[in-house]
Design a protein around this ligand. Structure first.
Ligand code: ASP
Length: 337
């Protein structure tokens, strides 16, 4: 009897250790100053619903035997078409009151990648990024050229007004006002200015997805409007392969946060490099990168999924909209710390 008990205990321990949940997709809807006290139950519900819808759209592709690239695109499309996130329809405004969108995608199966930056008339920048990857010999196209290319590939084009939303417009006005107060203080020499061209009371809101398909291939994608009040054609990390997005045969990563820090930190690739060269486990590799970003004064988060179905979603902000779906279709959503 005693022996039987020991065998049963060992067996159940084995199950806990080895019967780990296998995830097939992970998404984010941006990191930032996301506090429960500032969120109404209705808003929270809307985020839950859209994140769930995005996960299910990606999952449906995977279940149908489609590629991880298809799944990433399907999930990001849902978030780009929602005004809730800073990507596609909900993109933030530049200093001049425009919307300039960036996106990228990478396929781990063949390490091909595509990206667009500073586009203003492509309804779904993630589709354009994919077209660059699959239908051009380039990796990144910008501005007008990217738009001409997208149109020639038959993608949905819109007028720039399509991206206007009241919430984002008000956010720009707030930042512009703060900017002019800072400038005034600066001018009077009363106080050292901490003025910045970018919005720091951000809810970054960029979107991203990483998927693992039935063939065992990974893909990652990221799409954003950038940061409120950006100017001079500023481009963040989201469309930069290795910074905001990366995928190989081992891991896929998508980042969100203060892009300048993620570019300098080559954040997404750093996760893959630690795993490849130092055999550091996924969770530790991802946590190391966010810690490093924090030490240099940056903030944000990332999602990562490896070929064994493990996920990591570290962030050093108050919250990060995030979600994951298991092989059997169970959805998990998180917003706050
Ligand atoms: N990383 C994006 C950028 O810097 C912003 C975000 O994550 O929302 O453009």
């Amino acid at each position: 009897m005693k022996h039987l008990c020991i065998v049963l205990i060992l067996f159940s321990m084995h199950f806990v250790v080895f019967g780990q949940t296998r995830y097939v997709m992970v998404i984010h809807g941006g990191a930032g100053t996301i506090l429960k006290k500032n969120m109404s139950p209705e808003q929270e519900k809307a985020f839950h619903e859209t994140l769930t819808q995005a996960l299910q759209a990606g999952y449906a592709q995977l279940q149908a035997g489609k590629s991880s690239v298809d799944a990433v695109e399907a999930a990001i499309l849902i978030m780009e078409d929602s005004p809730l996130f800073n990507a596609g329809k909900g993109a933030v405004f530049t200093h001049e009151g425009k919307n300039e969108l960036d996106a990228s995608i990478m396929s781990g199966a063949n390490c091909m990648a595509g990206a667009v930056a500073g586009v203003t008339t492509i309804r779904n920048p993630i589709r354009a990024a994919r077209a660059v990857m699959e239908q051009s010999e380039h990796v990144m196209l910008t501005g007008k050229g990217a738009e001409t290319f997208a149109e020639s590939k038959g993608l949905d084009m819109v007028t720039p007004e399509y991206f206007w939303t009241e919430g984002r417009w008000k956010a720009l006005q707030r930042v512009l006002k703060q900017d002019s107060i800072n400038m005034q203080l600066d001018h009077d020499g009363n106080q050292q200015s901490n003025k910045t061209p970018l919005d720091k009371d951000y809810k970054y809101g960029t979107v991203g997805a990483v998927a693992l398909d039935k063939a065992g291939n990974l893909a990652a994608g990221t799409s954003t409007g950038g940061m409120t009040n950006k100017r001079y054609g500023r481009v963040g990390d989201a469309p930069i392969i290795g910074a905001g997005t990366f995928a190989n045969d081992r891991v896929g990563i998508s980042c969100t946060g203060w892009g300048e820090f993620f570019i300098r930190g080559i954040a997404a690739y750093d996760v893959a490099a630690q795993m490849e060269y130092a055999q550091t486990p996924l969770a530790e590799s991802a946590a190391n990168v966010i810690e490093k970003i924090g030490k240099t004064g940056g903030d944000g988060g990332m999602i990562a999924l490896d070929r064994d179905g493990n996920i990591a979603m570290p962030f050093n902000t108050a919250g990060m909209y995030r979600g994951a779906i298991t092989e059997s279709g169970e959805v998990e959503i998180g917003i706050y710390q």
